[in-house]
Design a protein around this ligand. Sequence first.
Ligand code: PEP
Ligand code: MG
Length: 363
Amino acid sequence: EAALDVGFQTLLGWADEFRDIGVRANADTPADARSARTFAAEGIGLCRTEHMFFEGDRIGLMREMIFADSAKERRTVLDRLMPMQRGDFTALFEIMAGKPVCIRLFDPPLHEFLPHDKAGMRDLAEGLALPLSDVTARVEALAEYNPMLGLRGVRLGITVPEIYEMQARAIFQAAVAVSRRGDPVVPEIMIPLVSAMREVELVKVRVDAVAAAVRGETGVDFEYRLGVMVETPRAALRAEDIAQHASFLSFGTNDLTQMTYGLSRDDAGRFMSAYVQQGVYPEDPFHTLDVEGVGELLKMGAQRGRAGRPDVTLSICGEHGGSRAAIEFCREQGFDYVSCSPFRVPAARLSAAQLAIGDASKA
Ligand code: PEP
Ligand code: MG
């Protein structure tokens, strides 16, 4: 369990008096959330939900869902996953005790939940009581040449809407349950991999409908915020109209860097050192925010987002979020907060304060 020295805590407390940009943590599990609290993160800026579908027998349910033949059947299977998700979100809301929690809806491609070897497929066929040929056919049908550029994120949210509906229901029920015991929880729901306004509109209609249903069922009139993860160049370019339907925009600089460079984040390691050594890239852009290129998209996205909605909340939640360079950049652009791994939160708080003090002494 994370802990902070008392002297260091005092220093961080002083730093917070000067700091003029928020610092949240990326946290997916109760342990992450407790670390976020220990390091005094102001909330969770990114809760990735996909790992929750691999745990225990949940992957079995995901597989059943993938092999279901109709939306109705998918819903029946997802109804069994919903209470588990509700438990996941209840724990996070409780630990964060009224601080904002931003939950990103399901992001990975579905084939990640399927076996790709013969033995695994045979086991699955047996488990689902299906002919092996049905299983291999479905695995082949879901295979993609470029899965990271394929049917994932909001594209899946729109083509298999039952998944997002289940998650929204779990989030709202958890928020109601925790609100009943204490301060009202206002959940933040974030849509991944958006590239067009219409995607947001379509998801919003469905999530609003789930919210209305849960309000009706519980008699509790809760609020929630819907936002967009800006991680494709097109989302940055179209931020003005996207912001019409999004109360916050959070820049996912991992995917945004990948897509801006046209460079796979999983394969870049093969030649990165040669590129950095020969000065093609000043630094590894996946580690150090590429202010010249990706930064231009952040700037443009922020400006356009504000044009669409003057009070849109702006943040960054990629791995860069905790670095001093990214904090400096985000402060200059008037971002509301950065979100980084819990263990980087103390350093981020200090960097943010240092930058603010530096500015004040220049003025
Ligand atoms: C991102 O793309 O920057 C991001 C935060 O999401 P993930 O790393 O989960 O793709
Ligand atoms: Mg991403």
